[in-house]
Design a protein around this ligand. Sequence first.
Ligand code: ADP
Ligand code: MG
Length: 486
Amino acid sequence: MCDFNYNIIESNRAADFILNQGEKISNKKCYKLLRGQKKTCPDCPLKATIQSGKIIPHSYFDRRFDEYFEERIYPVVAKQDINPESFVLMCRNVTDIKSHENKSAQLKKLSALGKISSGVAHDFNNMLTIVLGRIQSMRKHIDNPKVLRDLEMMEKSAFDGAEKVKKIQDFARHDKDELKTLIDLYKLINEVVELSEPKWEKDAESKGILIKPILNLEENLYINGNPSDLRNAFANIIFNAVDAMPDGGLIKISSYSDNQFVFVNFEDTGMGMTEEIMDKIFDPFFTTKGAKGTGMGMSEVYGIIKRHEGTINITSSIGLGTTMKIKIPKRKIKYIPASDEENVVIADSNVIENKSLKEHTPIKILIISEKGYDLTLIQELLSDLGYNVTTCNSYKNSINLFRKERFNIVFSDLGEPTMKGMATAQIIRNIKRNTITVLLSGLSLSQKEVHVFERSFNFTITKPFTKDKIKFIMQEINNLLKSGKN
Ligand code: ADP
Ligand code: MG
């Protein structure tokens, strides 16, 4: 406590210990002792507090300790209508809270950056596919060693480029392939709760209220999806729940499943909302929080859940709280990663297996695509591996061809936008049920599509198509044929 000449009148034990090795600190100037200043601090919150009549917290970075502090000034009024004679100066170390704030600002920035870069990565991937494919096919027709060497270098650079793209995608975690990642919901929800801790614990604590999450989570709940998107969605919901509980409260998070779906429920004991708010809750930019809100949280949640083929159901009652129920289909799809070196088996055993496969069952492969370029590339890659391949550039003709030739493996492009490729795969399977079908895909699969594809295709192989990927997929097919489960 200080008088208005900044002399310290009284101090607590903590101040004595921190500022004066446990000795009483009365009769010293606060600016000298606290901040090591010779004159009153230019950013002293006293004036602003007196003028506004409100407690205005002031935080600053102290170079001497490399930490953040926050000062609040509470004027002490002895009698009403008399000007204050002294004030209580409260100073606390807020380094922890600040670093959490910085981290969450960082996260937001990263997410925006991620969105941009993943778009770029996607386009790049498509271009590299073309470059790589062209190089691979040119090498066949050239024997000039100089040109071959040049081509080799070009190929290497293109592969390096593809590696870089992979890094960007890893960072952004926003490429569409991520929608097929197997997600352990138990783990993911725990991560989100931990990540959002600064909001419900530190923020709440600094406001002097208590907010507590209560988890009732079933283990071993799996879905396929985009983990970073889902984390984002769940964090938005938790943040809103915290915002809705200015006096503190509980956030109950539970998860469970039935045969088809997993359910995740968020229940808060907050202020609830009116019908009108509920009607607009998913609108982009709709917020009741003034400048503090962005109104983007719930619209993002909506988009993300929808992309996961899920639904979100909200019930709320004023003064009692809000419940958000999310339902997402369980998934199972056989998926070949975009370019996951660990999964690419190039060992000799692979060749032997392929051989044994060829010995036992004559392998006849049909490739269907209206994209001539993809067609020749896959054909070349497969014939390089020693397979007999037939190509067809029309979905319609491919069915007649299939009736005649009875292929046992069919690679097919999706044939966007009409998705003829999917219908074709379905028809082919109706003709011969145990035909193995492989979807040739660009990167732009939506979760909804992936879900639908499961019914028509055994495998998915993504661009850029490479020899290693084709090798890997043929090995998988080999395993499937051997197990007889196709
Ligand atoms: P923001 O949080 O930036 O306001 P959101 O899209 O996340 O934007 O939420 C929109 C509005 O929905 C909020 O401003 C709030 O009025 C309301 N809302 C969202 N979640 C809750 C909740 N758990 N309890 C009460 N109101 C909520
Ligand atoms: Mg929000």
